[in-house]
Design a protein around this ligand. Structure first.
Ligand code: FAD
Length: 432
């Protein structure tokens, strides 16, 4: 049976970035295990593709995500330039539709500056100034951030994989994890095809399955999760340039992970609206499931436990998800939501669905969404759970921080000098 020093579960942007750092700074036997045939087959390859500037992230409650996102912009840019991956400086205007939402934009401007964003990159505009930039946008005011980028995270993850392989990481694909035998001599990982490997230490970055895997290590047992499918519609080419900047609107319910659909400029030049947030039973229910709203809700209620079950008794939450279901059943409902700030849109401008992706927010035992990433250490394992948006943006710096934590815990010893100098570990850690 093959034996590794470190096994990383999950070949998304997070697991692959962690493998980059370990293989780059240590002579250890490292592997990345994924049940798919390659990296980035799930959330990391099915997201909006925005490199977010962290102006909308609370510098206290979302400190790690905000710092990681801020520092990672330059790191991704370097990789994108080197590998000719699209890096389109499209910018974002976050729009307020009334005075109350404008107050949120003022707060975002302050948060952004606290998170390190320069003042002249976060400009508050009145509706006339927004119109001068985007004549088809209607709003009360806007916060213009020039540094938001449109890229392709699937390609970037493949590029990190290539470097990681050069540094001798082994990628093990098409191995779906069944169970673990964990004892003082290490962990035996058993796959569904009855094969097994061993490792001395395990890092769980399995995205939508990471809570389930952490529970197999008797961690976070009272937590639960929900899966929300984000769907998109692609604007027909004649209408793709109606607006040339990303347009986001202030979230109506920031306590719930429902981003109201936005207008997005994709790295391949197309424009899309989305995503909504439709509850689905698994982290991979990319199509189907929604039949009629009451029976779908009751079907979901049946399979939920713990905090997630409590949420289904919260009338505000139920009313919100009913709204989200409607935008899944009907394209018109989604287009109408975006028409609040791009009134010129019409439902018949969108004839093709985009690629949907699934978020898996974690719910605490008392029934609230957990705002930041959760990290838990087992006896010989480390688990990263609730790694949601803007997780793709922040992956290079966040994964360096994970390495630093493993060094502090004595899991990783003193590193050798970096084999690959794409990203500089010490400089990231100094700035976090
Ligand atoms: C709709 C949507 C839009 C988003 N837009 C953005 C954006 O614009 N910008 C941004 O920064 N972030 C965005 N995000 C968030 C971002 O995409 C995620 O935070 C990030 O991709 C998570 O990466 P990951 O590696 O943790 O998970 P994943 O990419 O899901 O990787 C987990 C991997 O684990 C593997 N795995 C799971 N279970 C097992 C098992 N049992 N055995 C073996 N392998 C297993 C899976 O196959 C998968 O490859 C968005 C997310 C969604 C859902």
């Amino acid at each position: 049976m093959k034996n590794f020093d470190i096994a990383i579960i999950g070949g998304g942007v997070l697991g692959t970035s962690i493998s980059y750092w370990i293989s780059n700074m240590y002579d250890l036997n490292v592997c990345v295990i994924d049940k798919e045939s390659d990296v980035a087959k799930h959330t990391s390859g099915r997201n909006t593709g925005v490199v977010h500037t962290p102006f909308y992230l609370d510098p206290v409650k979302k400190k790690i995500f905000a710092k990681s996102a801020y520092l990672s912009n330059e790191l991704w840019k370097k990789l994108a330039n080197k590998t000719h991956t699209p890096w389109n400086e499209v910018g974002t205007i976050e729009v307020a539709l009334d005075e109350k939402q404008h107050k949120t934009l003022e707060k975002y401007q302050k948060w952004g500056i606290e998170n390190g964003v320069s003042e002249n990159n976060l400009v508050l505009l009145d509706f006339n100034e927004v119109k001068k930039i985007e004549k088809n946008v209607r709003c009360y005011s806007g916060l213009f951030c020039k540094s938001d980028i449109s890229t392709d995270y699937s390609r970037l993850t493949h590029e990190i994989k290539k470097i990681s392989i050069q540094n001798s990481t082994e990628f093990i694909f098409e191995k779906n994890i069944q169970s673990f035998d964990n004892n003082d001599n290490g962990i035996q990982i058993n796959f569904k095809d009855n094969s097994s490997i061993k490792c001395n230490y395990l890092i769980n970055c399995s995205g939508g399955n990471s809570l389930d895997i952490a529970k197999q290590f008797e961690l976070l047992e009272l937590y639960s999760d929900l899966h929300f499918r984000g769907e998109y519609w692609v604007a027909d080419s004649d209408y793709a340039n109606l607006v040339n900047t990303n347009i986001y609107s202030v979230a109506r319910h920031p306590e719930f992970p429902f981003l109201d659909p936005h207008w997005i400029k994709r790295a391949n030049g197309t424009s899309e609206i989305g995503p909504n947030a439709v509850p689905v039973p698994t982290p991979e229910t990319y199509d189907g499931f929604v039949t009629d709203i009451p029976s779908t809700i009751s079907k979901l209620g049946d399979i939920l436990t713990g905090g997630a079950k409590k949420l289904f008794f919260n009338p505000e939450f139920l009313s919100l998800i009913t709204h989200e279901f409607r935008s899944s059943l009907s394209k018109d409902a989604m287009v109408e939501r975006v028409m609040n700030f791009i009134p010129k849109l019409q439902s018949n401008y969108f004839t093709k669905k985009g690629t949907s992706g699934i978020r898996t927010p974690v719910i605490s035992p008392d029934g609230n969404f957990v705002p930041d990433v959760i990290e838990r250490e087992g006896h010989n394992s480390f688990h990263i759970v609730n790694y949601n948006s803007p997780g793709a943006t922040g992956a290079p710096a966040f994964s360096a921080l994970v390495i630093k934590k493993l060094q502090n815990k004595g899991v990783l010893k003193n590193p050798i000098s970096q084999k690959n100098t794409l990203w500089n570990f010490d400089s990231i850690i100094e700035q976090i």
